[in-house]
Write a new protein. Structure first.
Length: 557
């Protein structure tokens, strides 16, 4: 026992002051109760507004005001010294405080005109085992501040309040309930329980190490003034439990409680830490792969969420280069992450590439016009509209075939003339390649007009050569692929290759039927009646148009 006394004395808590520290924790006056609940209400309001406004300074202010650290430390002391009165009273205060904070925050969030997840909210929804370790260190600081009440440790108490973060997670939990976002609510609740368990566990062990379990609890409880020991219900329950609170079995039970709680929260925290480690590892290796891309990359983005990797790359080059990069990234990132990524690769021309495109468009001479005859020929017979239209279409097709840079913009699949007059043509070019940028489209119109000697309006109807993946939800994805599917329907050698995500399993008998996935239904409806369709099940959605068939795809029934 001398070791306990030496350690306590070294930290400024003499053995003779232990009883005073415990008595101060047990004593509860009406003014203290009123101050506690006022501070809790203020901290909840401040924290909720700080979280919604994404203000870290306001959230820190709420941490300084929040009094919730005190009853949790008292709970650890009650378990360490074997005081049923302190355990019951502190536990009840913590429980009621949690319910009040969550309910008040939910009501406040529900009354706001908007609910948006900010960075301050998001930062408190994914706790890991590192948060548990952080809470443990903060709990030691809280124990030190509790053993030495006074102005000399006021800064320690303030720093502990900021580090342990108790009320903000409760307010985030209330935000999740108010905004009907159960994922946010459950993540914040896990963070709060993590901090709570760390304080109780570390506090119980630390108070016992420093000899507080040798304090005569019964004598202190008898000396408490009437009305300062808590509610009469807590006192009656405490008297019944006090008969066994000093036995060896009771000590083991008191120590087992925080240990069991610690084990329960450690499992999900450890899993979350593994997820974070996987994400950091995959992000780092994926960024190295992106850095190794040869050529000019204008922009690249990596997003990792729930073991899914999303990549978007914009490079200067051709469609063939974009397709080659797509295949390479899909292969290498799959090896890194263990599952195929969702890729969006875009190729755009720079000034030099555009100059080369212009040269490709102009490199062949225009058709030699027929020389006029000096003697006017006899007036021709009227030409049927159908024959005139056929000749015009033939001349337009010849001009497009001559001028179209297939190696850059992909092959032309078909042409459609929307309007045709004697001096103006409007031609829709259906091609398997990238969408024409405005400058290329204008240049093509100019050159075709020179060849055909009449105004030409070029309508671009591109069918993407690179795979398409959802970027903003399946509903928007269905709209995005719908136009391309309609254009490809009449192209006989063009196949629609679709990677589909399996439907969730049917609910068991008596279970509530899941809400239909509208986005999935829209996508399936868009592809359902395509004449050349091949599908296969995969982990993510992907649609591509392939000439001649789809490789490695199972034909849909």
């Amino acid at each position: 026992m001398l070791i306990q006394d030496r350690w306590a004395t070294a930290l400024g808590c003499a053995p003779s002051s232990r009883a005073g520290v415990v008595a101060a924790m047990m004593r509860v006056t009406p003014s203290e109760r009123a101050a506690y609940w006022l501070q809790l209400a203020l901290s909840v309001g401040i924290a909720t507004m700080g979280l919604v406004l994404d203000s870290g300074a306001v959230v820190i202010a709420a941490m300084l005001v929040a009094p919730l650290m005190t009853p949790i430390v008292n709970l650890g002391m009650g378990l360490a010294i074997g005081s049923p009165l302190l355990v019951l009273r502190s536990g009840a205060r913590v429980l009621v405080s949690v319910m009040v904070a969550v309910a008040a925050s939910a009501i406040l969030v529900r009354s706001l005109p908007f609910q948006a997840i900010t960075a301050e909210i998001s930062a408190r929804t994914t706790p890991t085992a590192l948060d548990l370790a952080t809470a443990g260190f903060c709990a030691l600081a809280g124990v030190y501040a509790a053993m030495r009440p006074g102005s000399d440790v006021a800064s320690t108490a303030a720093g502990t309040s900021i580090g342990i973060s108790l009320v903000p997670p409760l307010c985030v939990c209330g935000y999740g309930l108010g905004a009907l976002d159960l994922r946010t609510a459950s993540g914040a609740a896990l963070l709060f329980v993590t901090n709570l368990v760390a304080i109780v566990f570390v506090g119980t062990i630390a108070f016992m190490i420093f000899g507080f379990n040798r304090v005569d609890v019964r004598a202190i409880e008898r000396e408490l003034p009437e009305g300062e020991g808590g509610s009469s219900l807590a006192a009656r329950l405490a008297r019944r439990l006090s008969r066994t609170s000093t036995s060896t079995g009771s000590i083991a039970l008191r120590l087992a409680m925080p240990v069991i709680l610690l084990a329960v929260v450690f499992l999900p925290l450890r899993t979350a830490l593994d997820e974070v480690a996987w994400e950091i590892r995959v992000r780092s290796r994926t960024e190295r792969v992106l850095a190794s891309i040869e050529g000019d990359v204008l922009e690249s983005r990596v997003r990792i969420d729930r073991r899914a990797v999303d990549l978007a790359v914009v490079l200067i080059g051709t469609t063939a280069e974009a397709q080659a990069l797509h295949e390479r990234l899909e292969r290498e990132v799959t090896e890194i992450a263990g599952s195929p990524p969702r890729l969006a690769i875009y190729a755009v021309p720079d000034a030099a590439a555009f100059a080369g495109l212009e040269d490709a468009l102009r490199r062949l001479p225009a058709p030699v016009p027929v020389q006029p005859v000096v003697v006017p020929p006899p007036a021709p017979l009227p030409q049927p509209d159908g024959e005139r239209l056929t000749d015009a279409l033939s001349s337009i097709a010849d001009a497009v075939e001559t001028r179209w840079p297939e190696e850059v913009l992909g092959p032309v699949l078909t042409l459609r003339v929307r309007t045709l007059t004697d001096d103006r043509s409007a031609v829709a070019i259906v091609h398997h390649g990238p969408v024409l940028d405005p400058a290329t489209q204008a240049l093509l119109q100019t050159i075709l007009a020179e060849d055909l000697e009449r105004a030409v309006v070029v309508e671009d109807e591109a069918i993407p050569a690179t795979p398409l993946v959802p970027q903003a939800g399946l509903e928007a994805f269905a709209v995005e692929i719908g136009a391309s599917i309609e254009r490809a329907r009449a192209i006989e050698d063009l196949w629609l290759c679709v990677d589909t995500v399996p439907e969730p399993p049917s609910p068991r008998r008596g279970a509530r039927r899941a809400t239909p996935d509208l986005g999935r239904e829209l996508v399936m409806a868009a592809i359902a009646d395509f004449p050349r369709l091949q599908t296969r099940e995969a982990e993510s959605w992907r649609v591509r148009f392939a000439r001649g068939g789809c490789e490695d795809a199972a034909v849909a029934p």
